[in-house]
Design a protein around this ligand. Structure first.
Ligand code: H15
Length: 258
């Protein structure tokens, strides 16, 4: 039940694909790798845990610039029964998005940069006390060999990053929406608990996915610091719960895809 987009993606990640000549490509490449490194770092000094529920842990690092919140979030989670590819693919492919993204009102694909990179315009639902937000961002998925275990399961990464400049296909409708600026990265890796001598097909009981999600939000406009923090304190755990349960449901009766 693979879609054409998913087939193109798995083909492109097994072949040495040509480097897209798109003007955004150098940024996409550099920022994705930077964000991957950031997501793989531990949560030492400066990080404060603000929510924990079983394996799900959320940390924040507070920062204010001229009274505006510029906090960074880091979340880690361990999800049974799904793979890194399945998690990352559901985060990246637009057809799944309304299934898990509860804050979304509209999603438009501005441009397909390549099979593994898409430029989006999204309009988000209004969250009290702020006005409605919109965002223009690229999203890129790729797999990367695990440098610590090159023969093991690869690492799947999806990086989303707002465009710094206006885009002609989605001009900033000041007054109607406030443009928000986000950087988000999800890093997923499958842990296989199957016995190496067991020749049966890999079952869902034998896979677990390790996730790390980092995000940096500049809500745009003026929002009191306490309000921004109250919103994300509620919304990030909600997103992680909803997203992981959505992927579990979505994959349940399908063959395991690594
Ligand atoms: O990552 C998430 N969603 C994806 C897919 O929709 C998009 C996101 C992105 C949006 C815009 C630009 C770039 C990237 O990656 C899940 C996001 C969960 C959001 C949690 C809520 C943050 C709330 C921040 C405070 C806002 C304060 C007042 C409006």
């Amino acid at each position: 039940s693979q879609t054409d987009d998913e087939r193109a993606l798995s083909d492109s990640s097994t072949e040495a694909s040509a480097v897209p000549s798109h003007p955004l490509w150098p940024d996409i490449e550099r920022i994705t790798l930077e964000q991957l490194t950031f997501a793989q770092q531990g949560v030492g000094e400066g990080w404060e845990i603000f929510e924990q529920d079983g394996e799900m842990k959320l940390y924040k690092r507070e920062k204010e610039v001229n009274g505006l919140v510029q906090d960074t979030l880091k979340a880690v989670h361990v999800v049974k029964g799904v793979t890194g590819f399945e998690m990352a693919n559901c985060f990246f492919q637009p057809e799944y998005r309304f299934g898990w993204e509860t804050t979304l009102e509209e999603m438009k694909i501005i441009e397909k940069v390549s099979d593994d990179a898409i430029l989006f315009h999204q309009i988000h639902k209004r969250v009290w006390p702020a006005s409605q937000r919109d965002a223009v961002f690229w999203s890129h998925i790729r797999q990367i060999p695990d440098s610590e275990n090159p023969d093991g399961e690869p690492i799947w990464v999806v990086c989303n990053k707002s465009l710094a400049k206006d885009h002609p296909a989605a001009p900033d409708k000041k007054g109607k929406y406030t443009r928000a600026f986000l950087t988000a990265v999800i890093v997923c890796q499958t842990i296989i608990t199957k016995h190496p001598n067991d020749e049966d097909e890999l079952s869902r009981a034998e896979v677990t996915c390790k996730i790390s999600y980092c995000s940096h939000v500049d809500p745009g406009g003026w929002v009191p610091a306490a309000a921004t923090r109250a919103v994300y304190k509620r919304e990030y755990p909600k997103f992680l719960r909803k997203f992981t349960s959505y992927v579990i449901d979505e994959c349940q009766d399908k063959p395991v895809r690594t």
